[in-house]
Write a protein that binds this ligand. Structure first.
Ligand code: SAM
Ligand code: SF4
Length: 463
């Protein structure tokens, strides 16, 4: 019935021939061409267990990420708008049976104040997050939220890309969402395993597995050509979940010629009164988590892989090395929490789940440059109509970097000039200089010109 063929995945998982070290080595050689892998090949890589092949897997994933995306890491922050929810997902603190959670939906004034806070930190991209609610996540409320965010501008600093994570919409409402000027529409299937899905979503509209599974089809048919899929790891066997997630990506690509712009890989975190989060039925250990990220990178080289502050800094650093390309920083997961201090707010009474990385944006940026990664605040593609198949064409051919590197450098310079601490300015300034010195030919000239414009006070310089 669905494009997720559980039998096919289970047969791959049961196929002992896919544990052959010989076969796995051959697949790793093929993977380094950055042309992607079949599901069968991904299943074989998920079976890797020898330390030597683990090393090779991670090395190849890093190489492929660098081939497509260079050393860039795109930064964003989530903005939680409402924690009211009519569903009862057993892993989430926002679920309706959690009577201890303080419910809050931000007013437009509060949304403006939160946005101002994020702008003043230096953020340029945000991800809006809503619980599912007929009023406090209605399409009109979403539209008002987005337009009030885009209106805010402080001395040329503003949010330039708003991505949205909200429950699946109808075709008509997706059309409306597109008209609000969103970047990516993001929604996670949570688990592609039908029986598990039904068990952990006991009531509310989210009970409808197929409505959620086909959300991206409706979004794409309605003209949203940037979509982000994901799975919540820990609910079922991670190998099954990874293969199903990849199957979803390949299904979208084959039907629409556009695969997912991003893949998110949240791991279950503890959450207030959320039984499935307290004892994850299939907790994923760190090594397996690194492995599945590397396999996603090698199977779909062009996709952005998103990692959030659910994970601790040490794990985040490891995952940068195996293919992650977008990260959140300085995040809070309770509506209204950016302006309030953690202590005064009693965050846990409002937040969705516990965070693993509590560092602010400046600290994360500094750490990235120390590790050799270039933080990017670029939002140019959406605004230059490089979305959908245009973006995919550039990403699949490895040519997207021609735009991304100069834009990353210019937006990073903007960040350093306007928002960085003295320590970060010093460390990252040196890093930036070396990055520019490493560029050749006409691109170097273009970059130097863009940096000159930023230093002269121009903002939002991009190509
Ligand atoms: N309510 C909408 C929905 O469910 O699609 C969108 C927002 S929901 C707040 C965003 C995502 O948070 C969910 O899709 C889920 O994957 C993730 N999430 C929920 N509880 C979590 C937990 N305990 N740990 C980690 N991620 C969690
Ligand atoms: Fe509501 Fe989404 Fe949390 Fe489920 S995951 S309880 S739908 S906010």
């Amino acid at each position: 019935m669905y494009f997720i063929n559980e039998n096919y995945i289970n047969n791959l998982l049961d196929d002992d021939s896919l544990s052959s070290i010989h076969l796995q080595k051959d697949i790793l050689t093929k993977a380094s061409e950055a042309k992607g892998l079949t599901l069968r090949e991904s299943a074989a890589l998920l079976n890797i267990s020898s330390p030597e092949l683990y090393c090779e897997l991670f090395h190849r994933a890093k190489q492929v990420k660098e081939k497509i995306y260079g050393n860039r890491l795109v930064l964003f922050a989530p903005l939680y708008i409402s924690n009211l929810c009519v569903n009862n997902c057993l892993y989430c603190a926002f679920r309706k049976d959690n009577r201890e959670l303080k419910r809050k939906a931000l007013s437009l004034e509060e949304i403006e104040a939160e946005t101002k806070f994020l702008v003043m930190q230096g953020q340029k991209r945000i991800l809006l997050v809503f619980g599912e609610h007929p009023k406090k996540a209605s399409i009109d409320y979403i539209g008002d939220t987005i337009s009030s965010i885009y209106k805010i501008n402080y001395n040329g600093n503003n949010i330039r890309r708003v991505n949205v994570n909200v429950a699946p919409l109808s075709f008509e409402n997706f059309k409306a969402l597109k008209s609000f000027g969103i970047g990516t529409y993001q929604c996670f299937q949570e688990t592609y395993h039908f029986r598990t899905y039904m068990e952990i979503h006991p009531e509310g509209p989210k009970k409808d597995f197929a409505w959620r599974l086909y959300a991206m089809d409706r979004a794409l048919q309605a003209g949203i050509d940037d979509v982000g899929i994901g799975a919540l790891f820990g609910l079922t066997d991670y190998k099954f979940e990874t293969l199903a997630l990849l199957m979803h990506a390949q299904d979208l690509d084959s039907k629409y010629g556009i695969g997912p712009h991003t893949i998110s890989i949240p791991r279950l975190e503890p959450a207030l009164n959320a039984p499935a989060a307290k004892n994850p039925p299939h907790a994923v250990d760190d090594l397996s988590f690194n492995k599945l990220v590397a396999v996603i990178r090698l199977t779909i080289p062009y996709t952005g892989i998103i990692l959030t502050t659910r994970e601790k800094p040490e794990i985040r650093r490891e995952l940068f090395e195996v293919g992650v390309s977008q990260i959140s920083a300085g995040s809070r997961t309770a509506p209204g929490s950016y302006r309030e201090s953690q202590e005064s707010l009693h965050q846990h009474e409002l937040e969705q789940f516990q965070l693993g990385d509590h560092r602010n944006l400046d600290e994360v940026v500094r750490d990235c440059t120390l590790l050799g990664y270039l933080p990017s605040f670029c939002t140019a593609c959406y605004r230059s109509q490089r979305t959908g198949d245009r973006f995919m064409e550039l990403a699949k051919s490895g040519n997207i970097g021609k735009f991304c590197t100069p834009n990353a450098l210019a937006t990073f310079k903007e960040y350093l000039n306007d928002f960085a601490s003295d320590e970060t300015k010093k460390i990252a300034g040196e890093f930036l200089k070396k990055e520019i010195e490493g560029i050749n030919g006409t691109t170097r000239k273009k970059v130097e010109k863009m940096i000159g414009q930023v230093d002269a006070g121009e903002r939002d310089v991009y190509m």
